[in-house]
Structure formats: structure tokens, C-alpha cells
Design a binder for this molecule. Structure first.
Ligand SMILES: Cc1ncc(COP(=O)(O)O)c(C=O)c1O
Length: 341
């Protein structure tokens, strides 16, 4: 299949319409088979559940070309199960997990001309999402739903080179105890917009959220989990019921232990111990890991010496190993790389 004429290396992270998308509808208690369509428009009732009470959730993953020219995607089964968790929490019907993976692969295959070539640094971002489509006026779940998957090519994350981020400790909370912090509900992102706009206006790249019950423990940012490295080379990630279980972070912890032989810990991390870490990074599908140089706590700077300007040495090893696995240069654990073509 001939590739589209796109300047892959200079693509940003924005929406670019591709040829096909997957659409399935839930009606009378059952999902239909779903189809691939060229129609990128969604037509729903003005009173749809998603429009009135934000009944929607989503996922994000990538497809890319490996060194030996295969088109693959990374652990889509984990996106399927995380979306199933989101749906259960939001009283939405689960799209069967095996069908989710199949539909993701079908949608990528239908848009293979948009999968960037190996070495370009660009990828095809895949966005599965679901919303309540039937009218709802009293506060209750919708009766009908639509599950869709679109794709959009996105450019290399570290375009101008890797530069460490500066983040601030947020005064606003992201997730309540026993709330929706652990699922990928649209509402979690809507409520964070004013805070990220404010952070950017003040010159920060991101917000570090603390646990809202005690404001003692480190949680995550609005779109990525934290990973820290201690001065003696241990990899630490916060344990919390109210953060999104990042697929990248879970994979990196396995890479740290199994591939790099590092000691790993998933545990509560207090704000007060931030100063003791040598490296800090943010993990997520978009960048795999972005280095964090400093955290600013109301004027007090906490500097991570080994990742102050660029990725720290251990973060870099983690990054190189996971991206090596994703690109087919390093053997992957069973099931991590799912081939499409
Ligand atoms: C709140 C939040 N945390 C963490 C992540 C990273 O998760 P993943 O590695 O699965 O992309 C994301 C992005 O999906 C996110 O939105």
C-alpha cells in the first residue's frame, strides 16, 4: 500500500482525518457487528447522554512500523480491559475485549497508508471511544451507545530534542478518593483543562497532582504517571487507587526488572521525599517517557539532578529498551507486540 504524501517528521500532535474509522452501535441491549466507514461525522440527539451528563470514555494507543517493516501495535489487550473498567464504572455497556482488539487492528489496517515509516519518529495514534447516544433528561444512563475508533498520524514527540519538563505542584485536585481517577472518563480531562491552561500561562509544562484526601502523596499529572529513580538506582512509581493505570508505566516496570535487572518499587510516594530522587520522568503512550527536571512547590524548587536538563541515565536505559521492544529491535515479552501487517 502506497503511503500518503505526509511530511512525517514535521507532523505535530493534532487531528488529521484519515480514510476509515470503525463504528459500532449498542441498541436494545446488544452491540451490532460494527463497520468501517468513511463518514467522520457523528449524528446524535441534542439530548444524548454524552452531551448532557458527559457519559463518555476513551483510550489511546499507537501503531507504527518496526525496523523490519511490520505494522504493529503495543499491548492493545490492556487498552481493551482498561476501557472495559471505564465502561463498568460509567454504567456503559462493555464492548467485548476480544472484539475491541480486533476492531483496533481492522481500523489500523484500513488506514495503513497513514502509518508512518520506520525511523521517522512519527506514529499512527489510535483513539477508541464510547459515548451515550440516546436522549437522557433525568440523570440516568443512556439506553443506546456508540463505540468508535479513529486514527490520526502524529509526529515525533521530542521534535526539537529531548528537554526536561518543569512542573508545578497543583493546588487543584484531580481525583476524589473512591471516585473516577483510575478510569479514562472524559470528565476527568474536562475538569483539568482550566488547571493546565493556568499552568501553561505561568510557564509550567504540567501539574503534579497530590492525593486529594491528605495532599501528602504524589499521584500523577493530567495525562501521565510518574516514575522516579533513587540515588542508588531503584525505580519507584507511586501506588494509588486514584491514578490511571498507565500501560507504559506498567510495561516500564517490567522492563526495569526483567530486562535491566533493576530493583523496582510500587509504593506510596510522599511529596516530602521528592527531593531525595535523582531522576524523574512522566510515562505515557505519547512520549513513552518525558524527563522532568524540576518540580516547583509554591516557589520552592525541587531539582532532580540527573534529569535536570535531559533524560537521566536510568530513565534513558528504560526509554531505549522499551522503544527498542516496540520497534522490533529487542525481543518483546509474549503478546506485547501485536502484528497487523
Ligand atoms: C491521566 C493519565 N495518566 C496516565 C496516562 C498514561 O497511560 P498510558 O501509558 O496507558 O498511555 C494517561 C494517558 O493515557 C492519562 O491520561
Amino acid at each position: 500500500m502506497e503511503k500518503k504524501n505526509i511530511d512525517w517528521a514535521n507532523l505535530g500532535f493534532g487531528y488529521c482525518k484519515t480514510d476509515k474509522r470503525f463504528v459500532a452501535n449498542y441498541k436494545d441491549g446488544a452491540w451490532d457487528e460494527g463497520v468501517l466507514t468513511e463518514d467522520d461525522k457523528v449524528v446524535i440527539s441534542e439530548c444524548a447522554g454524552v452531551l448532557q451528563y458527559a457519559q463518555t470514555c476513551f483510550e489511546g494507543l499507537k501503531a507504527y512500523t518496526t525496523e523490519d517493516g511490520r505494522i504493529v501495535t503495543f499491548r492493545p489487550d490492556l487498552n481493551a480491559s482498561r476501557m472495559a473498567d471505564s465502561c463498568r464504572k460509567l454504567e456503559m455497556p462493555v464492548f467485548p475485549e476480544d472484539k475491541f482488539v480486533e476492531a483496533v487492528k481492522e481500523t489500523i489496517k484500513a488506514n495503513v497508508a497513514y502509518v508512518p515509516p520506520y525511523g521517522s519518529g512519527a506514529t499512527l495514534y489510535v483513539r477508541p471511544y464510547m459515548f451515550g447516544s440516546s436522549p437522557v433528561i433525568g440523570v440516568k444512563p443512556a439506553q443506546e451507545y456508540q463505540f468508535r475508533i479513529f486514527t490520526t498520524p502524529v509526529g515525533p514527540y521530542f521534535k526539537g530534542g529531548v528537554k526536561s519538563l518543569t512542573i508545578r505542584i497543583s493546588d487543584m485536585d484531580r481525583a476524589a478518593p473512591h471516585g473516577t481517577g483510575h478510569i479514562k472518563a472524559g470528565l476527568n480531562y474536562a475538569m483539568s483543562l482550566s488547571n493546565i491552561v493556568e499552568a501553561h500561562n505561568l510557564g509550567f509544562d504540567e501539574n503534579m497532582y497530590l492525593d486529594s484526601a491528605t495532599r501528602t502523596y504524589v499521584e500523577e499529572t493530567g495525562g501521565a504517571n510518574f516514575l522516579f529513580v533513587t540515588k542508588d538506582g531503584k525505580v519507584v512509581t507511586p501506588d494509588s487507587e486514584t491514578i490511571l493505570p498507565s500501560i507504559t508505566r506498567r510495561s516500564l516496570m517490567i522492563v526495569a526488572k526483567e530486562y535491566l535487572g533493576l530493583e523496582v518499587e510500587q509504593r506510596k510516594v510522599t511529596k516530602d521525599e521528592l527531593k531525595d530522587f535523582a531522576e524523574c520522568g512522566l510515562c505515557g503512550t505519547a512520549a513513552v517517557i518525558s524527563p522532568v527536571g524540576k518540580v516547583v512547590d509554591h516557589g520552592t524548587e525541587i531539582i532532580f539532578k540527573d534529569s535536570e536538563k535531559e533524560m537521566g541515565p536510568i530513565t534513558k536505559k528504560l526509554y531505549d529498551t522499551l522503544t527498542g521492544i516496540q520497534m522490533g529491535r529487542i525481543e518483546a515479552p509474549q503478546g506485547w507486540i501485536q502484528e497487523i501487517l
